[in-house]
Design a protein around this ligand. Structure first.
Ligand SMILES: O=P(O)(O)OC[C@H]1O[C@H](O)[C@H](O)[C@@H](O)[C@@H]1O
Length: 541
């Protein structure tokens, strides 16, 4: 039997009633009535401890949300993904990033072929290459070892590599310099190469399609820079490698496919940091640590695949997101890592979540009559506290937050870490419980200032804790969010794996670019605003 549209599902209707009953309740009261919730509303898996007690829920809310997941056939859809069914319907593709981290020796047969040995064959080639570069055995054109590695890619071919490089810097070789070029803005490639010597620089051109305008433009400019310094096209072979699914285009660009690391169309760009797209990560941290990261991913995959829904971290967090987006009309979610090494994690999550679930039609093409993916944003703590947290605490919007903290730091220094973590717990506490008028008055605050100092509280948050940011923990953390996105996509009945919305802008830019370079009047096919902007730009350049 087909699943009913979301708003017709029995659990949805029950949640609507339930929200009318408890939606306005304050976390202060929920904690007072149920003092054990801080210990009970927790879950743990793959090195991550989740405290979700400071959410505006009761046990009944959870029961109903889990009903909604069952009625939406989350378990069946999850099994379809793990089986390799073509759940990316608009592109007719399987969605198998989970296969990228299946252990050697396991098996997943899709369309008659076992994909796991293919995955490990590429991982082995990457490891061989990484060992040669890291040991200095791989020589540049003039015989020098590689000292600088520049990844050129954009979107999923950039954000994962940058995030992972920053996150795992503690494990990174300090005698190698890593740079990441993504923007077609020439400043990006110019600044990334300005102080480097070409004869010790390796470019990794990362592009799933090898057709992305920005990446090809940057790769061409990098090649010109290299050939300019080394004086011969022959140098390209020792200084350029490619990561792609498209061998033909790689060869066309002039990179020997011997030096290409492949992946498959069943890996979405934003789900690819653990594929060959992670080559820069492997060069930085080495193959062993890379494999530890894959183990972390896999452990979370197994948890998602097998744990009961009520104890399942991605399911719980995904459902709580649905609760706020659809019943509290929440528009955005803040991700606040209290770990400096995770400074690019919010940016990474923006692509993962928003490109996946920023959709307006259901899988079978009907326009949705409910909200889908929220805006994700964030900054590492404690910096955000001195900037936008004011709005989180006293603004008129409800913004649920994920606070991520660690038991230990790689850089212990006096009391820093305890101070950092005190802020995690304090922020979650302040968001939830705030400060009442009576409390503010009791402090002797001048009456006219009292309203300004009152903090309503009742702002929900999740706290995620892990022992230490290791490669393994990074893997589980990323997989956690991948499966949160999946869970929500299933409830919303959308295709979380396509991204048609990014195409129109590419086509229009392709049409406008030649007009910026010619003297002719802009085509009348443009609107008056675009024509005027083109003319104005020509006058400025
Ligand atoms: O890896 P590439 O094929 O170069 O794609 C890079 C990025 O560009 C596309 O436009 C998509 O929006 C992203 O999902 C993708 O990650």
């Amino acid at each position: 039997m087909p699943i009913s549209p979301l708003r017709d599902r029995a659990a949805w209707k029950a949640l609507e009633h339930h929200h009318a009953e408890i939606g306005g309740r304050h976390l202060r009261d929920l904690f007072e009535e149920d003092p054990g919730r801080g210990e009970r509303m927790t879950a743990e898996a793959a090195g991550l401890y989740l405290d979700y007690s400071k959410n505006r829920i009761t046990d009944e809310t959870l029961r109903l949300l889990v009903d909604l997941a069952r009625e939406s056939e989350l378990e069946q859809r999850r099994d379809m993904m793990f089986r390799g069914d073509r759940i990316n319907v608009s592109e007719g593709r399987s969605v198998l990033h989970v296969a990228l981290r299946m252990p050697r020796g396991s098996s997943l047969v899709v369309d008659g072929a076992d994909v796991v040995p293919e995955v490990h064959e590429v991982l082995d080639r990457m490891a061989g290459f990484a060992r040669r570069v890291r040991s200095g055995e791989w020589k540049g054109h003039t015989g020098k070892p590689i000292r600088n590695i520049v990844n050129i890619g954009i979107g999923g071919s950039d954000l994962g590599p940058v995030m992972a490089y920053e996150a795992l810097r503690h494990y990174s070789r300090r005698d190698l310099t890593f740079r990441f070029v993504s923007n077609v803005d020439s400043t990006d490639v110019a600044e990334a190469t300005r102080d480097l010597f070409a004869d010790e620089t390796l470019f990794i051109v990362s592009s799933k399609t090898f057709g992305t305008q920005e990446t090809l433009a940057n790769a061409r400019s990098a090649r010109d820079w290299l050939v300019g310094q080394l004086g011969t096209e022959e140098a390209v072979a020792r200084h350029f490698v490619a990561v792609s699914t498209n061998a033909e285009r790689v060869a066309e660009f002039g990179i020997d496919t011997e030096n290409m690391f492949g992946f498959w169309d069943w890996v979405g760009g934003r789900y690819s940091m653990d594929s060959a797209i992670g080559l820069s990560t492997m060069l930085a941290i080495g193959p062993d640590h890379f494999h530890e990261m894959l183990d972390g991913f896999h452990e979370m995959d197994e948890h998602f695949r097998t744990a009961p829904l009520t104890e399942n971290l991605p399911v719980l967090m995904g459902l709580l997101g649905v609760w706020y987006v659809n019943f509290f009309q929440v528009e955005s979610v803040a991700v606040l890592p209290y770990e400096q090494y995770l400074k690019r994690f919010p940016a990474y999550l923006q692509q993962l979540t928003m490109e996946s679930n920023g959709k307006h039609v259901t899988v079978d093409g009907r326009t949705v009559d409910y909200a889908t993916g929220p805006v994700y944003w964030g900054e590492p703590g404690t910096n955000g506290q001195h900037s936008f947290y004011q709005l989180l605490h006293q603004g008129t919007r409800l913004i649920p937050a994920d606070l991520i903290g660690f038991g230990r730091t790689h850089n212990p220094l006096g009391a820093h870490h305890d101070l950092l973590m005190a802020n995690v717990f304090a922020q979650a506490q302040a968001l939830a419980f705030g400060r009442t008028e009576e409390e503010v008055r009791a402090e002797g605050t001048a009456p006219e200032v009292v309203p300004h100092r009152v903090m309503e509280g009742n702002r929900p948050s999740n706290v995620l804790l892990a022992e230490l940011l290791t490669p393994r923990v990074l893997g589980s953390l990323v997989a956690l969010y991948e499966h949160i996105v999946f869970t929500q996509g299933v409830i919303w009945d959308i295709d979380s794996f396509d991204q048609w919305g990014v195409e129109l802008g590419k086509v229009l830019a392709g049409r406008i670019a030649p007009q910026l370079q010619s003297e002719a009047e802009p085509e009348l096919s443009h609107d008056s605003s675009t024509n005027a902007l083109i003319r104005r730009y020509r006058g400025l350049k």
